[in-house]
Write a protein that binds this ligand. Structure first.
Ligand code: ISL
Length: 563
């Protein structure tokens, strides 16, 4: 029904609290800082805020390692601040969803502390424990229960002498995987979700939620370039994942007055699987985050660069548009806290900074699906000028450097070049509020340096400028809210083989919206499709107006509408 599909016409804004705004000068963003800047978010016209983890955490992975699901880390504030945030978001007519990180906990979570201490205790099987490989000295290389590598380098297993077993961690050793096959684990997660919904939150973004069900045999995976195995065949679409998410839907969401937004983050998910997760009648989630388009510029490993073309992007995103069709639903994103900045990655962050940031935004937002804006994207924030390994904070980057350079002898300059290109810290430099010291993010020493380009690239400079990236995002959000074709229209890629033109049409009940975007630094003469020749320009990222002759300047985009 229309009411329960409110999220189809919504735009979501992601806040990574550590890097958003610091209210108390300790150099780390916090909830008070977020509350103080809510008008910046509301001013974009967005509907939902997704808040990255703010729970108590040792911060091994910036909060994606949670030690208490029902509180707030003192670095970020208090539960009272959280209640105030929820109130203030709702007062502005927006909703708020939390990050649900329940594939794993922190190793400092009391559940794990209890689980690691004995094989027979109350929480003995809350995590994934296995005996060492027979015939190898436990705790030495090769004694791990299988050959899997973790996402953050090194084996996916850590030995606990106390218990005489290994535990599985698909990410860092400080992020042990929960055992979802244990009914008490599921019951506790679901109870926690209800607890937050009762406190007023409007849904969840679910971290690596397709990983929660593992093939209990945990077989070795194919070897990768690191010498370790890729276990994803046993956990990326495990035997009980649909069952567990259906149970969640039933136990947590059924019978609530308001309809919640649920989005599952799913590395490795295929279009066919995503359709099963989001099917309007039989699915378990509103939408998923898929990774195909952000993995195009890598060759197997994210650290092995591969060039990406406009045709590659069109082929991938077009396939997902077709696959979700009328029954599934897409999430649309270029950026989040794990991805390099889109204007540096697929655009031109120098000569055509404004044009390429807005052209890429237009292409994304006018696909069918729910668009996500990651903090700073609405300002056209760029990658950071990292130089040395000491400039990086992210555990994924620092662990990769350690294992590749120090253990495997890889070339340090090459590794650094890869980190600069794809490292997650590119997305995590502080939001650039002002041209002043600390970019208006903090009065103290920021936990990661601000990008020097904040002297010209900042919110204060853009907020009241109708020709800013910020103002352009506002127009995109507004267009989605005003025009049902943007929300519900079907999708047809135009001229899919064209090497630099990204063009498509959206059609609904005889109305047609066509997007022609020049994703290159060269001017273009476009062969305008017949139905678009007499159409009206409803949006362009340049100041030109009036009838269009098919000429596009570098990174120019035209959105045309006809009835
Ligand atoms: O960032 C990545 C690229 O290598 C992914 O492997 C990423 O780790 C994966 O998309 C899962 O991401 C989520 O879970 C991680 C956390 O580090 C990420 O920040 C989070 O978005 C573990 O909780």
């Amino acid at each position: 029904s229309a009411a329960s599909d409110w999220w189809k016409s919504a735009v979501v804004y992601q806040v990574y609290p550590r890097s958003f705004a610091d209210s108390n000068g300790d150099g780390v963003g916090d909830l008070r800082g977020l509350i103080e800047h809510l008008d910046h978010i509301a001013g974009l016209g967005v509907d939902v805020i997704w808040l990255s983890p703010m729970y108590p955490s040792p911060q091994a992975d910036n909060g994606y390692d949670i030690s208490d699901y029902r509180d707030v880390d003192p670095t970020f504030g208090t539960l009272a601040d959280m209640d105030e945030l929820i109130r203030q978001v709702h007062a502005r007519g927006m909703k708020i969803i939390l990050d649900l990180v329940v594939n794993h906990t922190s190793d400092e979570h009391p559940w794990f502390q209890s689980s690691r201490s004995s094989r027979t205790g109350e929480r003995a099987d809350w995590y994934i424990w296995r005996d060492p490989r027979p015939g190898v000295e436990p705790g030495t290389p090769g004694a791990e229960p299988n050959n899997w590598g973790s996402f953050f380098s090194g084996p996916a297993w850590t030995w606990v002498p106390e218990r005489g077993q290994y535990y599985l961690h698909l990410f860092a050793a400080k992020q042990p995987d929960l055992n979802w096959d244990c009914p008490e684990v599921r019951a506790e997660v679901f109870a926690t979700m209800r607890w937050w919904l009762d406190r007023g939150v409007d849904g969840f973004r679910m971290d690596v939620i397709n990983f929660i069900s593992k093939d209990p045999a945990l077989p070795d995976g194919p070897l990768t370039s690191t010498g370790l195995g890729d276990g994803s065949g046993s956990f990326a679409y495990g035997p009980r994942v649909h069952e567990y998410l259906a149970e969640m839907k039933d136990v947590v969401f059924t019978g609530r007055d308001a309809d919640c937004l649920t989005v599952g983050e799913m590395p490795n998910v295929t279009p066919e699987q995503a359709l099963r997760f989001t099917d309007c009648e039989t699915g378990q989630l509103c939408m998923v985050f898929q990774f195909e388009h952000v993995d195009l510029d890598q060759d197997g490993s994210k650290w092995a660069p591969r060039p990406v073309s406009v045709v590659d992007l069109k082929t991938s995103l077009g396939r997902w548009q077709r696959a979700m069709g009328d029954r599934g639903w897409n999430s649309l994103y270029w950026n989040n806290h794990d991805q390099p900045r889109v204007v540096s990655r697929f655009g031109d962050d120098r000569q055509h900074w404004y044009e390429s940031a807005t052209a890429l935004a237009t292409v994304l937002h006018l696909h069918r699906g729910t668009p996500y804006i990651y903090q700073g994207e609405e300002l056209g924030m760029t990658n950071a000028p990292f130089e040395r390994i000491e400039d990086f904070r992210d555990i994924e980057s620092t662990r990769y450097y350690e294992t590749a350079v120090l253990e495997r002898g890889a070339d340090a300059d090459e590794v650094l070049a890869a980190l600069r290109r794809k490292g997650r810290d590119n997305a995590r430099t502080p939001v650039q509020w002002t041209a002043g010291a600390g970019a208006g993010f903090t009065t103290g020493e920021p936990w990661i340096p601000v990008n020097p380009n904040h002297v010209w690239l900042n919110a204060a400079a853009q907020r009241d400028d109708p020709a800013s990236v910020y103002a352009y995002y506002r127009r995109l959000v507004d267009l989605r809210h005003r025009d049902p074709v943007v929300v519900h229209g079907d999708f047809t890629m135009l001229q899919p083989e064209h090497p630099t033109l990204y063009a498509f049409a959206r059609c609904l009940d005889g109305a047609r919206l066509a997007v022609y975007a020049n994703l290159s630094g060269e001017p273009l003469e476009v062969d305008v499709e017949l139905p678009d020749r007499a159409a009206t320009t409803v949006l362009t990222n340049l100041t030109t107006s009036g009838p269009w002759d098919g000429h596009l300047l570098p990174w120019e985009v035209r959105v045309l509408r006809s009835d």
